[in-house]
Design a protein around this ligand. Structure first.
Ligand code: SUG
Length: 454
C-alpha cells in the first residue's frame, strides 16, 4: 500500500524579477539570451508580469509562493576580482575595464527559480523531511553568484529542522555541474503519493561513454550525470525511486539548454518532444517500471513540431498544474499562441488527446522570455503537507494582500527602462539595496543579503 498524504499541495515558488533585470547575452546555448543582448530592459514591467502570473494562478486556486531576488550589482564579486576603492569606484572601473563582468554581476537571473535548487518532498525521503540542494550553477559566472544567497533564502523560509533538510550545493566544478529542478521531474500519482524522480543530464564527467557516447558539440551540456546522482544521494533516494536519462545532444545543440525547455511532467503525465531524450524508449520503460500509477506520455513528434518551434515558443516550458477534479491545466507563454504550428499542436494534439490536460492558460512573461525564461523557469515546485506549510513563518505564500504589497513595492522602486550603460550608475545600486532591504521586511524573512549581514 502506498502512503498518501491528502494534505499535500504543490506550491509554486516564483522568483521575483529583480530591479537590475537586463539583457546581457550571458547565457551559453540559450538562443533568446543571445538574440536579445543589448536590448533596453523594463525591470518594472518584468516584475509586474511575474506578479500578474502569480496572482492569476493564486486566484484560480493554485498554491503560490514567492522567492526574493538577489543583491545586484554584486559589488563583492567585483572586489574579489580585484576591483577596489569605494563602491562607486568599483562600478566605474569595472564598466571601464571589463564591462562584461559588470553585466554579469548585475544579472537578475535568480528570477528563474527552477534553477535555484532541487527539491525532494518529504513523502519520498527516508527521514520524512523535505530536502533542498541549491544548484551550484557553475556553468556560467553570472549564475554561479546565486547559490550562496539561494541557500540562505531557502534556510530562512524552510527553517524548521523537523520538517526540512538543507544540503550544501555540490562542488562548483564541471564534474558536478548542477542546474537544479530544471533538469528534475517528479512523476507519480497525486502530489501526496510517493513519486519517481526523473533526472536528465547532458553529459557524463567520469567513466568512458555516455549513452552511445554522444555529447553536444555546439553548446555546453550544463548538467552532469554525476551531479544528478549526487543530489539523489544527498536526498536519500533509492534506485527504485530514480531514473537518470541523457538529454538528446541534438536538442542541446538546437538551444535546449535545460530539460524543462523540452519536457514537463506532473503527476502521471509526461509532456515531451520526441527529441527530448537520447534513448526515449528506455527512459519511458524505466519510468513505467518504477511508477505505481501508470505513466501517461504525451509525445509531440518532430513532424508535428520542429525543435526550432519548440525552442522558439517554449511550449514545453509551460507549467502543468493539477486540478481537484483530476484534470490538468497547461500555463503557456504568449509566444505559443503567436506561433500557428505550436497553437495547433496545443489544440489538436494536447487538448484533444487522451490525457488529463483539459485547459490552456496563456501568460505574458515577455521580459523574462527574452532572456530564455518561460513560465516554468520562473517557478520552483515544492510539494508540502499542511504541517510543512504551517512551519513556514516567512510571509512568502501569496495572498491578495501580499500581492498588493509587492506590486506597490515594485511600483515604488523599479525603473521602467534599463539600458546596458545604466548598469554602472551608482544610483541603480543604491536604489536596488533600498528596495531589497524593504522587501525582506515585507516578506518577514530576516536578513539574507550580504549587505544586511555586514
Ligand atoms: O540560465 N538566462 C537563463 C535562463 C534560465 C531559464 N531557466 C530554465 N530553463 N529553467 C539561463 O540561461 C540570461 C541572462 C542574460 O543574458 O542577461 C540567462 O541567464
Amino acid at each position: 500500500m502506498s502512503r498518501v498524504d491528502e494534505s499535500v499541495r504543490e506550491v509554486n515558488f516564483d522568483g521575483l524579477v529583480g530591479p537590475t533585470h537586463n539583457y546581457a547575452g550571458l547565457a551559453a546555448g540559450n538562443l533568446a539570451s543571445k538574440r536579445h543582448q543589448g536590448l533596453t530592459a523594463n525591470p518594472k514591467e518584468g516584475a509586474l508580469q511575474g506578479l500578474a502570473k502569480m496572482k492569476s494562478l493564486m486566484e484560480a486556486g493554485y498554491a503560490q509562493g514567492v522567492l526574493p531576488p538577489q543583491q545586484r550589482p554584486d559589488i563583492g564579486a567585483l572586489r574579489e576580482l580585484g576591483f577596489g576603492g569605494s563602491d562607486r569606484d568599483v562600478l566605474a572601473h569595472a564598466a571601464d575595464q571589463a564591462p562584461e563582468l559588470l553585466r554579469a554581476v548585475c544579472s537578475a537571473s535568480s528570477m528563474w527559480t527552477a534553477n535555484a535548487a532541487t527539491v525532494t518532498p518529504s513523502v519520498d525521503a527516508p527521514d520524512r523531511r523535505a530536502h533542498f540542494t541549491p544548484a551550484n550553477l557553475q556553468s556560467s559566472f553570472h549564475r554561479f553568484l546565486e547559490p550562496e544567497t539561494t541557500g540562505r533564502v531557502l534556510k530562512a523560509i524552510f527553517r524548521n529542522e523537523r520538517h526540512f533538510a538543507h544540503h550544501p550545493a555540490l562542488p562548483a566544478t564541471p564534474a558536478f555541474s548542477d542546474e537544479g529542478a530544471a533538469n528534475h521531474t517528479r512523476l507519480g500519482g497525486e502530489h501526496g503519493e510517493p513519486g519517481v524522480h526523473l533526472f536528465v543530464y547532458g553529459r557524463r564527467a567520469f567513466g568512458s561513454v555516455a549513452g552511445d557516447g554522444r555529447e553536444p558539440t555546439r553548446y555546453p551540456a550544463r548538467q552532469t550525470l554525476e551531479a544528478s546522482q549526487a543530489v539523489a544521494r544527498q536526498h536519500g533516494l533509492t534506485d527504485a525511486q530514480t531514473v537518470f536519462a541523457q538529454q538528446h545532444p541534438d536538442a542541446i545543440d538546437a538551444g535546449v539548454f535545460h530539460n524543462d525547455v523540452i519536457a514537463v511532467g506532473n503527476g502521471p503525465v509526461l509532456l515531451y518532444h520526441e527529441m527530448a531524450f537520447l534513448d526515449e524508449e528506455s527512459t519511458l520503460e524505466a519510468l513505467r517500471a518504477r511508477m505505481e500509477t501508470p505513466l501517461i506520455p504525451v509525445r509531440v513528434p518532430v513532424e508535428a513540431m520542429s525543435l526550432d518551434d519548440a525552442v522558439g515558443s517554449y511550449l514545453f516550458n509551460s507549467q502543468l498544474l493539477s486540478n481537484p477534479d483530476g484534470s490538468m491545466t497547461l500555463v503557456v507563454p504568449g509566444e505559443c499562441q503567436a506561433n500557428e504550428t505550436v497553437w495547433r499542436v496545443i489544440q489538436d494534439l494536447i487538448l484533444a488527446g487522451h490525457n488529463p490536460i483539459g485547459e490552456v492558460i496563456v501568460k505574458d512573461v515577455k521580459q523574462s522570455m527574452q532572456n530564455g525564461g518561460g513560465p516554468a523557469c520562473l517557478r520552483l515546485r515544492v510539494a508540502l503537507s499542511s504541517a510543512e506549510r504551517e512551519a513556514i513563518k516567512a510571509r512568502v505564500l501569496l495572498t491578495p494582500a501580499l500581492h498588493e504589497d509587492l506590486t506597490a513595492w515594485v511600483e515604488r522602486h523599479y525603473r521602467d527602462l534599463l539600458a546596458p550603460e545604466d548598469l554602472a550608475d551608482p544610483q541603480l545600486a543604491s536604489e536596488s539595496l533600498t528596495a531589497l532591504d524593504e522587501l525582506t521586511g515585507l516578506l518577514e524573512i530576516g536578513s539574507v543579503y550580504p549587505f544586511q549581514l555586514g
